[in-house]
Design a protein around this ligand. Structure first.
Ligand code: FPP
Length: 210
């Protein structure tokens, strides 16, 4: 969800206001994705590298995750099941504060019965870290490293292969996101910064694979 900061700068606003607009837009994009019968939507909310941003910005983004994971009524109305991928809370390098952990756990439990789209939020996530952890765990299982073994130890082994990877805000590079799962993905580049990413942009991405 690139471009929140640039969106805010262009309007003479604080970067944090761009993130808030980004969170609002995520709610809109989720509704649009449900209306288009998308089965799985996975978004990059916070990376393992994002902790080094200014403290006030990090605090704001954490609060937005609490807000997003708190949208349980809206998720239930749309029959959306929420999930999370990221560095396990008990990993030595993990830094997710307890209030975010609680919000994540509660939202997962309170939407577990929904049968529609699965919305997965990547929080404290890095694709290489996920792969390293999966390879280590696969080897610890039986001394072998196989594709099946790696798949089994990804943060969420149930996530299907990625059909379309979307990059917003004119970025044209891969971003340490779902490296294993997106091996065969189409890539859609949208020029809109994330707060302006629209249902029409989503349609253009879907058109690559439907
Ligand atoms: C990128 O914009 C966005 C982030 C670093 C993550 C935060 C995303 C949100 C707050 C959107 C809402 C989503 C959730 C899951 C709460 P950037 O800061 O890199 O913008 P820039 O590239 O213009 O500097």
């Amino acid at each position: 969800m690139d471009g929140n900061g640039r969106w805010a700068n262009r309007r003479g606003l604080e970067r944090t206001e761009g993130h808030s607009a980004g969170e609002e837009n995520l709610a809109r994009v989720v509704r649009a994705a449900v209306a288009r019968d998308i089965g799985w939507l996975t978004v990059f909310g916070f990376s393992t590298e994002n902790w080094i941003r200014p403290r006030a910005e990090v605090r704001h983004i954490l609060g937005l995750h609490e807000k997003l994971f708190g949208r349980v009524a809206e998720l239930n109305e749309n029959n959306v099941r929420i999930r999370w991928i990221g560095r396990p809370f008990d990993a030595p390098e993990a830094r997710t504060p307890r209030y975010v952990q609680r919000a994540i756990r509660r939202a997962i439990a309170d939407t577990a019965e929904n049968t529609g789209m699965v919305l997965t939020v990547a929080f404290d996530y890095g694709g290489r870290a996920e792969l390293m952890d999966a390879v280590r765990a696969a080897r610890a299982d039986d001394g072998q490293v196989t594709p099946e073994g790696i798949q089994r130890h990804l943060y969420d082994p149930d996530l299907p292969p990625v059909d379309v990877l979307v990059r917003t805000s004119g970025e044209r590079r891969v971003s340490n996101f779902m490296l294993w799962q997106s091996a065969g993905a189409a890539i859609h580049f949208a020029d809109a910064p994330w707060p302006d990413y629209s249902p029409a942009d989503l349609d253009a991405a879907i058109a690559l694979v439907r």
